[in-house]
Design a binder for this molecule. Structure first.
Ligand SMILES: [Zn+2]
Length: 268
């Protein structure tokens, strides 16, 4: 999908989806929700991202690779070099500080390009690892973030039988029934997002957020990775800091991790 379609589809969803009337957020004047969804688990970047969010009274949305801390991890060495990744001590510390840590993948394979049984096995191992190693992790309310935002309907169905939501490529797909009150039985949720790389994505993020803020409202999820030199399509530290400083002053906008919004939609 190209960016023009992404914007168009995001706007189409935004037109029918009022956060205030759904009670997603406590304050009814909030019509726009934004999630900056950071992937992969770069140790230095993730601590810095958390620190910047904390400075503005926000929680960061951080998605990590279950086996990223193991020396054997070597998927995408150009974009995800193992020696830059943190471990579950780091993730537990950041979670303790109030940030959201969610499963990204077992070993960062594109699950649409490997045999289905291996893909399901990888998903299963990833979720079990989170249960056993991330304190306070609960499958209910959890968001599984597909590596490369690559999924198939069969894989999505499989993951959605185990957690409350998935994040994958594309745009938000929300049902009409969500406009007023999301029925508990309708869970789980398929969330769409998009990103930009491999160069800096500051300009992309700026443009997407400005388009979103100029629209009627809804929920926009942007997929990011590390800061500065770390990861595919990084944002600069200075840009992220300035962005959050501006965003918290917008009275109709809330900036939250995806799992927080999922829990509010589902009244979990
Ligand atoms: Zn990733």
């Amino acid at each position: 999908m190209d960016r023009r379609n992404f914007i168009k589809n995001t706007a189409a969803v935004a037109g029918t989806f009022s956060l205030g009337s759904m009670g997603i957020v406590a304050e009814p004047e909030k019509t726009h929700a934004l999630t900056l969804s950071f992937d992969d688990g770069f140790k230095k970047s993730f601590y810095k991202i958390a620190e910047i969010h904390e400075y503005y009274g926000l929680k960061a949305c951080l998605n990590v690779i279950a086996t990223g801390h193991l020396k054997s991890f070597n998927t995408e060495p150009q974009w995800i070099p193992q020696n830059l990744l943190g471990d579950f001590n780091d993730w537990n510390k950041l979670k303790e500080r109030g940030h959201e840590i969610m499963p990204h993948t077992w070993e960062h394979l594109n699950l649409t390009e490997i045999p289905i049984e291996k893909a399901k096995d990888n998903i299963e191992k990833c979720l079990v690892y989170f249960e056993e190693n991330l304190s306070g992790y609960k499958a209910k309310g959890a968001v599984y973030n597909f590596a490369y935002n690559a999924s198939t309907p069969e894989l999505e169905k499989f993951v959605l039988s185990k957690v409350s939501a998935i994040r994958t490529g594309g745009w938000l797909v929300l049902k009409d029934s969500m406009v007023n009150d999301f029925p508990a039985g309708e869970f789980p949720l398929r969330l769409g997002c998009w990103g930009h790389g491999p160069d800096f994505c500051d300009d992309y993020v700026e443009k997407e957020i400005n388009n979103f803020l100029a629209g009627e409202g809804g929920w926009l999820i942007l997929n990011l990775h590390g800061l500065d030199e770390e990861g595919w399509g990084p944002v600069s530290t200075t840009y992220l800091d300035n962005l959050l400083r501006r965003l918290i002053k917008i009275d109709f906008l809330t900036v939250q991790p995806s799992g927080e919004i999922v829990k509010k939609i589902g009244k979990l």
